[in-house]
Design a protein around this ligand. Structure first.
Ligand code: WTA
Length: 652
């Protein structure tokens, strides 16, 4: 394991108790949930499952734990779309707004719970009509438009598992994911608006289907931007055509609590992404619970906004499933925060009277750079709770969020969790916890986070590795088609414990400080990218002989991808070639994985056993001004690498 890249904020002594008026009206404001969960955590989760969700068949046993496999709420049956939609409509809340959707160009759609339910039923009938059955997998590759949650919920209505592929991924990434999951269908759009222009999606799907993904029988295409994509007869269908005469009569089918709900692929330490499996009852219980208590949701009055993309787990759990299960009104936004102007987010908060905002530290650092005048020009007084997720937040960014967005008083919830954990795991509860800038504070009630040292001994104060000591309801149920990798990645490092892959430090008050990944996974703008994946895309370029990738520190994105490459003999280093290599990675994997800098070097420093000295390469990258460029093998870099290697380098 390598050392975490982030230093803990040793001198951070500030602490912010919940404001008294907030605590007075909060969903929870004392230790009672923690105490209840500590006394009997199975009974605690069973109570949450029964109170927060509607079950067609009540469950018997709460938990069956055969390490490393957990089953929650055994024998129980429920339907996710019923819990997210029908029950609210049946209770007379059909006219309540589910989503205030805002397109990047400024077009708006408001969808009530009743309208959303009708669309979901119709689309579920479309899926059935196209031969999809319970247990099948479909891929979804879409922009942030309402058809995306409609498609997801329609899948859950009939027991089809979705595999959402982030719209920024490449054709190769689609092929890998469709092949692995044996997806029978892809649901997509012609394009979505990104930074003022249509970002095309359908041509990427076509390229994927030309090159592989042979299990895909049909494609459904939403017409979002009128880009007139080519449509393959017999295979491709317009969403508006198939929906035109679909019936809106489609009962929700009761599903076993452990029925596969979705797959979501995430990067690990090898070049092949892992299909993380989530199931029905436990997942929905924990996302509904955390959404309600971490964000202090009041469904009657709140307008909640998670400004993430549904292509990542944050969007699955906190744009779609948690908020809809709790029956709250949400905002959903298609585009980027700088289009058409850099105060776009603050305009939206003010327009809709947003009460909770959930975003990433990268975005906050960007807003800091843009200046406090932008939020200062809007009325943000409706905000009650501010959330962050995806990467460690530095105290400066935390304080800026607190002061300039939170008016110096709104509680901030820094939520640590992962694709694998399904829902929030370590976070303050806003009416209970005194927060410290930069700390995710404590595990939620019913989750048992512990820091251990190299030998697996529990650390009571100080640094180590984050583990989870007991199963939790929304934990991953496995890696699709790869039991061995599941055991190996999460359960073999420390016996009996879930190993998260993050470094963590416990302070003398028992607060957790997350320190970043300790494996070869980078975190760029809150997105997980594996060094191995980028390295294999680099060596895929015909001019590259060998490559080593590191995540260097970056003021805004947390980490930035730096690729060191050795060229094959006949190729001359040049700026153009370096840029071509960067673009090649962008094409192979998607733009988010394109290295910020490619450094062409004659050689790579290696240990005697032949392992690349990554820490040394990281240090060299950290000591340089990185731009979106190629750096030729200037004597400076080479000399620096040589000098560091001579100092002994490292063996990580
Ligand atoms: C990192 C995103 C520090 C961490 C929900 C984890 C965080 C990885 C935080 C999971 C946080 C997420 N503080 N680090 N509040 N939240 N991380 O699967 O390294 O995309 O292992 O899930 O992001 O990323 P993933």
């Amino acid at each position: 394991m390598s050392e975490p890249a982030i230093e803990v904020y040793e001198n951070e002594g500030r602490s912010f108790p919940p404001p008294a008026d907030f605590a007075a009206g909060a969903n929870t404001s004392d230790q009672s949930l923690y105490e209840e969960a500590d006394a009997d955590y199975e009974a605690f989760w069973a109570r949450q499952a029964r109170e927060l969700l509607s079950w067609d068949t009540d469950f018997g046993e709460t938990l069956e734990w055969e390490l490393p496999h957990a089953k929650w709420f055994l024998g129980g049956e429920l339907n996710v779309s019923y819990n997210c939609l029908d029950r609210h409509v049946e209770a007379g809340r059909g006219d309540k707004v589910a989503f205030h959707w805002e397109g990047e160009p400024g077009d708006k759609v408001t969808l009530t719970y009743a309208q959303l339910l009708t669309e979901v039923k119709k689309f579920a009938n479309v899926l059935k009509g196209m031969g999809l059955n319970k247990g099948d997998r479909v891929a979804i590759y879409m922009p942030m438009i309402l058809e995306l949650p409609i498609a997801m919920l329609a899948c859950t209505r009939i027991g089809v598992a979705h595999s959402v592929i982030f719209g920024g991924f490449s054709a190769d990434a689609i092929v890998d994911r469709c092949d692995d999951a044996q997806a029978r269908m892809i649901i997509t759009a012609d394009a979505g608006y990104r930074k003022g222009a249509p970002g095309l999606l359908k041509p990427t799907v076509d390229a994927a289907l030309d090159g592989g993904a042979s299990t895909v029988e049909s494609v459904i295409v939403v017409n979002r931007c009128d880009t007139e994509p080519s449509m393959t007869q017999g295979r491709d269908h317009w969403w508006h055509d198939v929906m035109a005469d679909a019936s809106d009569d489609c009962p929700a089918e009761p599903m076993d609590s452990e029925q596969l709900l979705y797959l979501l692929y995430t990067s690990g330490t090898t070049a092949k992404p892992k299909g993380i499996m989530h199931t029905t009852g436990g997942y929905l219980t924990q996302v509904a619970f955390t959404h309600k208590y971490v964000f202090d949701i009041k469904p009657e009055t709140d307008v909640y906004w998670c400004a993430a993309d549904i292509g990542w787990v944050t969007g699955h759990s906190y744009i779609v499933y948690g908020p809809l299960a709790n029956g709250v009104t949400s905002v959903m936004y298609e585009g980027t925060p700088d289009t058409p102007s850099k105060d776009r987010l603050w305009q939206i908060v003010a327009n809709y009277g947003v009460t909770q905002l959930y975003t990433a530290p990268t975005a906050i650092r960007m807003f800091m750079k843009w200046g406090e005048d932008l939020p200062g020009g809007h009325d943000l007084s409706t905000l009650r709770v501010l959330g962050t997720v995806g990467e460690p937040i530095n105290p400066e960014a935390w304080m800026w969020y607190h002061e300039h967005i939170g008016g110096g008083e709104r509680p901030i919830v820094d939520t640590w969790w992962q694709t694998e954990t399904g829902g929030n795991m370590i976070t303050p509860l806003p009416g209970v916890t005194a927060t410290k800038p930069g700390s995710a504070c404590q595990a939620i009630p019913g989750v048992f986070a512990e820091v251990v040292d190299d030998a697996g001994n529990i650390v009571t104060e100080g640094g180590g590795y984050l583990t989870i000591a007991r199963p939790w309801p929304s934990m991953l149920r496995g890696i699709w088609g790869n039991e061995e990798r599941y055991r190996e990645t999460y359960w073999s490092t420390y016996e009996g414990r879930y190993f998260a892959g993050d470094g963590a430090k416990l302070d003398s008050d028992g607060y957790l400080w997350l320190l970043g990944r300790v494996d070869d996974v980078m975190n760029v703008s809150g997105h997980r990218i594996s060094t191995a994946e980028v390295e294999s895309a680099l060596v895929d370029h015909p001019a590259v002989a060998e490559a080593a990738v590191v995540g260097a520190n970056d003021d805004v994105t947390g980490q930035a991808i730096v690729g060191y490459v050795i060229l094959l003999g006949s190729h001359e280093p040049s700026q153009e070639l370096g840029n071509e290599i960067r673009e090649h990675v962008g094409k192979k994997l998607g733009k988010i994985a394109r290295p910020k800098t490619v450094i062409i070097v004659p050689d790579l420093p290696k240990t005697r056993s032949g392992k690349i000295m990554r820490r040394l390469l990281r240090d060299v990258a950290d000591g340089r001004q990185l731009g979106d460029t190629t750096t030729l093998a200037d004597p400076g870099v080479v000399a620096e690498i040589a000098a560091k290697a001579a100092e002994g380098g490292d063996e990580d």
